[in-house]
Design a protein around this ligand. Structure first.
Ligand SMILES: [Zn+2]
Length: 230
């Protein structure tokens, strides 16, 4: 901790002492910094998910020795909402995601085949308490919990029935899948009569079931009960 940091930290403690306990948690958490593994002496990462370069002595292109002032790096946001930073050392650049730097510095290297889990589902929240190494399947399950999995993005079944409350198959919903309850009922009905699913009477049956499930408030309550009892 350098002199300025110490002054900042003691100011924060003073503030914590003079304000009431509601402010305690935010005043209490002083940002911790640690060297980025593989970039010791060049970059540091904090438990809040910030990355900074540290002051370093270099010889510039004219052969003059000078000190490069450290600074906070501005992360780039990729298409998935994840943050990465540009790090360079010895003329070689890299763009590691910030979440990996936080975990590598404060937790340790990823076990073989492990990925980063963002526990609250926000890919830009790289604070240490929000991160953990996890398996690919844990990561996929997180996406269901956060409603970001592609399978949860569809609004309609292939036959145009809206996938919402009364029309979601309860047993499938419990297993984190959203399947059309009306179509499921129609498939069973068609099987019983030896009809194919494309048969017009089967499609009529599916549409009638769908209207029952969606329109009837009792169906919704029954559906809620089935899900809650699971
Ligand atoms: Zn359907």
């Amino acid at each position: 901790m350098d002199h300025n940091e110490k002054r900042r930290a003691s100011r924060q403690e003073d503030r914590a002492a003079t304000t009431n306990s509601i402010h305690f948690t935010s005043s209490h958490s002083v940002e911790q910094w640690s060297a980025v593994p593989g970039y010791e002496g060049a970059y540091e990462v904090s438990d809040q998910g910030h990355v900074r370069s540290v002051d370093r002595r270099i010889v510039d292109s004219r052969g003059v020795r000078r000190t490069l002032q450290g600074r906070l790096l501005t992360p780039q946001v990729n298409a998935g909402g994840y943050l990465s930073v540009h790090l360079s050392r010895g003329g070689r650049g890299a763009h590691p995601p910030v979440h990996r730097l936080v975990l590598a510095a404060f937790v340790g290297p990823a076990p073989e085949g492990y990925e980063t889990r963002h526990l609250d589902g926000d890919p830009a929240n790289n604070a240490l308490p929000n991160l953990t190494w996890g398996t690919h399947s844990e990561n996929e399950l997180d996406k269901f919990d956060h409603h970001t999995h592609p399978a949860q993005q569809s609004i309609h079944c292939p036959r145009g029935h809206t996938l919402r409350y009364g029309n979601l198959e309860p047993s499938h919903f419990r297993n984190r899948r959203r399947t059309c309850r009306a179509c499921n009922a129609a498939k069973a009905w068609a099987r019983y009569r030896g009809l194919t699913f494309g048969d017009p009477t089967v499609l009529d049956y599916a549409r009638a079931r769908y209207e029952d499930y969606i329109a009837d408030p009792v169906a919704y309550i029954q559906w809620k009960l089935l899900v809650d009892l699971a």
